[in-house]
Design a protein. Structure first.
Length: 133
């Protein structure tokens, strides 16, 4: 089943449409690669997907076990290499404070957080640093 339709808008921009929902995302080439940097770049989306996936996997884990999950906030730092141009490293800082989990629940949630599908896909190809507070 197809997931998305991507259309070139010109001027190094694309419009990505999620076929099931109709939601759109516009991408722009980054300033350091001939773009205007006015939207997520494709590599920004890869890095952002890591954070989104980790939070979603935690949510699924908590929901399936009736564990309250009230807060998560993440920031991403993406570091590029020049030759070849690719994502060299992604640093994910994840804040889970305020969920009031006991130590055993925290340990289980942290294990789940480090095993999301995006992390598994990137591991070995991109240096990953996942910091959880």
């Amino acid at each position: 089943m197809k997931t998305a339709c991507i259309r070139y808008l010109g001027d190094l921009r694309t419009e990505c449409t999620h076929l099931a929902s109709g939601t759109t995302i516009v991408t722009d080439a980054p300033v350091d690669n001939h773009g205007k940097g006015q939207a997520f770049s494709p590599t920004d989306l890869v890095a952002t997907s890591l954070a989104s996936c980790v939070i979603t996997i935690i949510g699924i884990y908590c929901q399936s076990r009736n564990i309250a999950f009230n807060f998560a906030e993440a920031t991403i730092e993406k570091q590029m290499s020049a030759n070849p141009r690719k994502i060299a490293k992604i640093i994910l800082d994840l804040d889970l404070r305020g969920n009031n989990w006991d130590e055993l629940t925290k340990k289980k949630v942290l294990a789940v957080a480090k095993a999301c599908p995006v992390e598994r896909t990137l591991k070995g190809n991109v240096a990953l640093e996942i910091n959880i507070n």
